[in-house]
Ligand binder design. Structure first.
Ligand code: SF4
Length: 321
C-alpha cells in the first residue's frame, strides 16, 4: 500500500516506485507488466526487502503487509524467515543465482536440509520429486549436473524447483522467461500454471511481455514510470482497456491472422530523475490536456475491481457513483 521506493545516486534521488497499491488474493496469479524502468522489478524486490539498502529506501507510509505482518522495515532476521519459507523469489537470470561449483542435487538438497530438516536420503528423494514436478526430463541424471551443463530453460526449472522446495505461500517470479526462446518460454509458463493448480499457492509474475500475462495471469497491473496505470482482470484489460497507455499497448500487439501493421507507442518513458509534473504519460498521450500536465491523476476504482489513474476516467467514476 502506497509503496514508494527511491534510490540515492550520485546525481541525487531517483524515485523508482511512486505510491503503488495492490493486493494479491490467495491462489491467484497476478501479473505486473511494464516497460523497463517502469518500477515493476523494484516493486517486486521491495516486497522481500531485496534491494541494496541503504542506497535504496522506502518513503514513510510505504507498507507491504503479509499475513498480518508489516514487511517494510522489518528486522533482517524476520525477513530472512519469510524469504524462501513463506514467499519465494525466482530471479531473471538463473545462472547468476545458482552456485556454479555445486551440483543441482547439492544446491536444492541444502535448502531442504536447512529449512525442512530432511535427512540426506530424504532430501535426495525430494530433489528428484521437485525436479520432476518442474518437468525436467531425465531428472535423476540432471540432479548430478552442474549449472553450466544445463540449458537456459532447464536452469530456470531448477530455480523454480528450489523456490517451491519449502512450500511458499507466494511465489514471485521476475521475468522468468525473458532470456528463453518462445518454445521454451511456453513450456515454462505452462509448468508454472500447472504448479499453481497443484500447490494452490499465489503467484506474482513480473514481465514486460504482454503475451506472458495473457497466457497465465488472472489479474494484471500495468505499470508506467513508477506507478500503476491500470489494474484489473487480465481478460477485461485485453478486451476493453480503459487507460490510454493500456489501450495503446493492447493496440500495438500483433494478432494471429491479421495482416495489419501495428503501431508502437511513440516517444519514451520519462527519466525517473526530474520527471514531468502531472501525469507522467502526458508527453506520449494523445488525450493530454493542460490539467494532465500539471495534476497527478489519482489511482482509483473506476468500475468494480477495475482501477486506473487517468483524469479522463473521472466522468465514469461519477456516473458509476
Ligand atoms: Fe492521458 Fe491525461 Fe489520462 Fe494521463 S491523465 S493518461 S495524460 S488523459
Amino acid at each position: 500500500k502506497n509503496l514508494r521506493t527511491s534510490f540515492m545516486t550520485s546525481n541525487g534521488e531517483v524515485q523508482a516506485v511512486r505510491g503503488v497499491s495492490f493486493s494479491v488474493n490467495p491462489g491467484e496469479i497476478l501479473g505486473v507488466v511494464g516497460e523497463s524502468g517502469s518500477g515493476k522489478s523494484v516493486t517486486a524486490l521491495s516486497i522481500l526487502g531485496l534491494l541494496p539498502y541503504p542506497k535504496a529506501y522506502h518513503m514513510p507510509g510505504s507498507s507491504v503487509r503479509f499475513a498480518g505482518r508489516e514487511l517494510i522495515g522489518a528486522p533482517e532476521e524476520e525477513l530472512r524467515r519469510v524469504r524462501g519459507n513463506e514467499i519465494a523469489f525466482v530471479f531473471q537470470e538463473p545462472m547468476s543465482s545458482l552456485n556454479p561449483l555445486h551440483t543441482i542435487e547439492k544446491q536444492i538438497g541444502e535448502t531442504l536440509r536447512l529449512h525442512r530438516q530432511l535427512s540426506e536420503k530424504e532430501a535426495k528423494k525430494e530433489v528428484l520429486r521437485l525436479l520432476k514436478m518442474t518437468g525436467i526430463k531425465n531428472a535423476r541424471a540432471r540432479m548430478k549436473a552442474y549449472p553450466f551443463e544445463l540449458s537456459g530453460g532447464q536452469r530456470q526449472r531448477v530455480m523454480i524447483a528450489m523456490a517451491i522446495a519449502n512450500h511458499p505461500k507466494i511465489l514471485i517470479a521476475d521475468e522468468p522467461t525473458t532470456a528463453l526462446d518462445v518454445v521454451v518460454q511456453k513450456g515454462i509458463l505452462m509448468m508454472l500454471m500447472r504448479l499453481q493448480k497443484q500447490l494452490k499457492n499465489t503467484m506474482i509474475i513480473v514481465s514486460h511481455d504482454m503475451g506472458v500475462h495473457y497466457q497465465i495471469t488472472d489479474r494484471m497491473a500495468i505499470m508506467y514510470s513508477g506507478s500503476i496505470a491500470e489494474l484489473g482482470k487480465t481478460e477485461d484489460i485485453f478486451n476493453d482497456p480503459i487507460h490510454p497507455y493500456t489501450k495503446m499497448l493492447v493496440d500495438a500487439l500483433p494478432r494471429v491472422g491479421e495482416d495489419v501493421q501495428r503501431v508502437g507507442i511513440a516517444g519514451r518513458p520519462p527519466a525517473l530523475k526530474n520527471p514531468p509534473p502531472g501525469c507522467r504519460f502526458a508527453p506520449r498521450c494523445p488525450h493530454a490536456t493542460d490539467r494532465c500536465r500539471s495534476e497527478v491523476p489519482k489511482f482509483r476504482e473506476i468500475r468494480p475491481g477495475r482501477f486506473a489513474a487517468c483524469h479522463l476516467l473521472e466522468e465514469e467514476v461519477k456516473t458509476n457513483g
